[in-house]
Design a protein around this ligand. Structure first.
Ligand code: ZN
Length: 350
């Protein structure tokens, strides 16, 4: 995500922190050590919460490249949307379930050490048991907030997964989105009547994110209906494997095409992307041959494939263009901009 800094990598997932989170850290730091402990604890448990989502996703073969921590929670960037409702259910419930587990683990020891009603007392860091009570509260709030059955919270996803089995993905999404809007208005009302800017910010975020989910679901449905050949342009350039990078640059300027199938004697032998070209010109100069730098292992699609398959392949392989083939023959290329035009079409309609 833009504006975020990578902290470390675990299970092949990079943990990033968004700059707005650091701003929050600065604000809280001025409040003293007690607040620093609080914010570090929030950071740790939000990260663990997101890791639980990610590990279940990985179990289903969905890759998670990064987790970004924002002041209001974390986002695990998955390479594709889970196909089956049961997968979405287990991925979404895993995070809050972890927080509930922490709450249950801490509840009895804290009650035993601090007495029955300490969990309702104002928090302080005067002693270790009181400090650990913070962790209890952080997890209780994380579980409760995320289980709100509305988009974009985990509870909204759980709700959609449960409803989708009965009434289908799109209708289920609409209901969870409507709940999201209702909760956003509720938060906005509370924020305005209590002059609480944070609540108003959360309300705006929830409202926009819920609408975003609806758009995503509409796009997914549309991409399922359309096939590659419906939007494929027959007008495209290919390169030979003995072309130099100088020749490639010339073709880019002439064609405005940025990714090229490499074709020798009518046969597709490789693929080269804009990023490959830029990196290699920097490293090796203009005289290098395409043959030496082209990708030999790259995704391909057929003209009858649904577009949703193309989009999944792009996300999984982190690539902006894919050649369309029939046997060894190239029929064209499909780019992220082609898919983007469908996005634009649908978002204008709604
Ligand atoms: Zn979550």
């Amino acid at each position: 995500m833009k504006g975020s800094i990578r902290l470390f990598k675990i299970f092949d997932i990079s943990i990033n922190i968004h700059v707005t989170f650091l701003l929050l850290l600065l604000i809280f730091l001025s409040g003293g050590l007690k607040w620093l402990f609080l914010i570090v604890a929030i950071f740790c448990f939000v990260t663990l919460h997101e890791l639980c989502h990610s590990l279940v996703a990985k179990h289903y073969g969905i890759n998670v490249r990064e987790i970004t921590l924002l002041p209001i929670g974390g986002i695990a960037s998955m390479t594709k949307i889970p196909d089956r409702p049961s997968q979405e259910f287990f991925i979404s419930i895993a995070g809050p379930l972890f927080n509930i587990l922490v709450v249950l683990t801490l509840f009895y020891p804290l009650r035993y050490v601090l007495g029955p009603d300490v969990l309702f007392h104002p928090l302080s860091t005067k002693s270790w048991p009181l400090t650990i009570a913070y962790i209890y509260w952080i997890n209780l709030i994380l579980a409760a907030f995320n289980l709100i059955p509305a988009f974009p919270m985990d509870g909204g996803r759980v709700l959609r997964a449960l409803l989708a089995v009965k009434i289908g993905y799109q209708k289920a999404t609409k209901i969870a989105v409507n709940f999201g809007h209702i909760f956003a208005l509720l938060f906005a009302y509370l924020g305005i009547t209590r002059f609480n800017l944070m609540l108003i910010a959360v309300a705006i975020f929830i409202y926009m994110a819920a609408s975003g989910e609806e758009l995503q679901a509409d796009i997914k449905e549309t991409l399922k209906k359309f096939r590659v050949r419906d939007i494929l342009s027959r007008d495209f350039y290919t390169l030979r494997s003995d072309s130099t990078l100088a020749k490639v640059l010339e073709t880019i300027f002439h064609s405005h095409q940025e990714d090229f199938p490499i074709v020798d004697d009518g046969k597709l032998v490789g693929f080269i992307t804009r990023q490959d070209i830029i990196t290699n010109i920097h490293q090796f100069g203009m005289e290098k041959n395409v043959r030496d730098i082209m990708r030999r292992d790259f995704p391909k699609v057929k003209d009858l494939d649904p577009l949703v398959h193309v989009q999944n392949l792009m996300q999984e392989n982190d690539i902006r263009a894919i050649p369309v083939v029939r046997g060894d023959e190239v029929m064209g290329i499909i780019t992220i901009e082609d898919i983007g035009r469908i996005y634009a079409m649908i978002s204008q309609r709604t």
